[in-house]
Design a protein around this ligand. Structure first.
Ligand code: GLU
Length: 333
């Protein structure tokens, strides 16, 4: 939030607060809330795209949900729309699993055993593995994300899940549950991810039992979050590893910058370059319709809207975050 742009927002707020004296005491608070409200109203009526349907439970989610939340690094929370509606975190989970894999194994292991370059291909691409001689992908596509689970501590499925879910809970600052119908639906239709894990195993690029790690990965994708939860979770990345609400350090700042780097190059799959060009914030999408974006040192934002583009990224969430980032002059480039 640069000073010049801030001045413009403050002017808008001065006009707004003439009619609302209660807000006059807190212009910054009012400015951010106005921006979220404006984004909500601007994009509420247009709702293009389609729900994901390759996981049957996702096709049934009401496509009209639209929730926006923003958390500043000083721990203030702003929201608009359906911010308390639970939905499955899906691929956004990958950044939190990557964080734990990094904290447990160190950042170099991720480079050596998974890879960190963008594949430029779809989230569930088998070709990405085949066409790279080193079988190197990245932890934000399905192949690398399932491999990241295989690197986590825990001698069996229960132990692994217990460590991973406790890690997610720390970011959310509350206990998150699993949407069992989504877990079941995805488990019943998981042939493609199983094929990916088997293929990686055949190339010695998978680090444990396929069934165990696939079950944990599928469970992590089925975790229920709200837009507010996601903004709170992502705020740890915005605040360099320290949770803005609990003030506890969850990860090293060195690892945060590496997670943000992979989000920048691969967070929106094959559209990541276009996103960086247009919006300029590290981000991660999920086929459940959520997207998180991080403005380092400033804020995190999360938007939920189930309808996706052909790459698997929520269309309205992209539009809303683009608008909010632009209003807050947040492009890091
Ligand atoms: N659970 C989904 C899968 O493995 C996640 C994909 C996504 O959100 O992009 O296909």
């Amino acid at each position: 939030m640069k000073l010049t742009h801030y001045t413009i927002i403050l002017l808008q707020v001065v006009v707004f607060t003439c009619a609302s004296p209660a807000l006059a005491k807190s212009p910054q608070k009012a400015a951010i809330q106005i921006i979220l409200d404006n984004a909500y109203h601007k994009f509420k009526k247009q709702n293009p795209g389609e729900n994901a349907d390759y996981i049957p439970a996702l096709a049934k989610v009401d496509p009209t949900y639209f929730g926006l939340a923003l958390v500043t690094t000083d721990g203030k929370i702003y929201s608009a729309g359906d911010v308390s509606q639970p939905f499955s975190i899906q691929s956004i989970s990958k950044v939190f699993t990557l964080s734990l894999a990094m904290e447990q194994n160190g950042p170099q292991v991720i480079v050596d055993k998974i890879g960190v370059n963008a594949t430029g291909l779809a989230f569930n691409s088998v070709t990405a593995i085949e066409q790279n001689k080193a079988r190197s992908v990245n932890p934000l596509v399905n192949a690398g994300a399932i491999a990241a689970v295989s690197l986590l501590d825990g001698k069996n499925e229960k132990a692994k899940w217990s460590g991973l879910s406790a890690w997610y809970n720390k970011f959310a600052n509350r206990k998150l549950n699993v949407l069992e119908d989504v877990y079941q639906s995805e488990t019943d239709t998981n042939g493609h991810n199983r094929a990916i894990a088997e293929l990686l195993t055949s190339y010695d690029r998978f680090y444990g039992d396929v069934d165990t790690n696939l079950a944990v990965y599928t469970r992590q994708c089925s975790v229920a979050v709200t837009a507010k939860d996601l903004a709170v979770m992502a705020s740890v990345f915005a605040n360099n590893g320290i949770h803005p609400l609990t003030k506890k350090r969850l990860m090293s700042s060195d690892n945060v910058s590496r997670v943000l780097a992979v989000m920048t190059t691969a967070g929106l799959y094959e559209n990541s370059g276009q996103w960086a060009y247009q919006v300029g914030l590290p981000a991660k999408s999920g086929v459940g319709g959520g997207i998180i974006a991080v403005s380092p040192g400033q804020f995190s934002v999360a938007v939920f809207s189930p309808r996706l583009d052909s790459a698997g990224n929520s269309i309205r969430a992209q539009q809303a975050i683009d608008f909010i980032a632009e209003q807050l002059n947040a492009n890091i480039f």
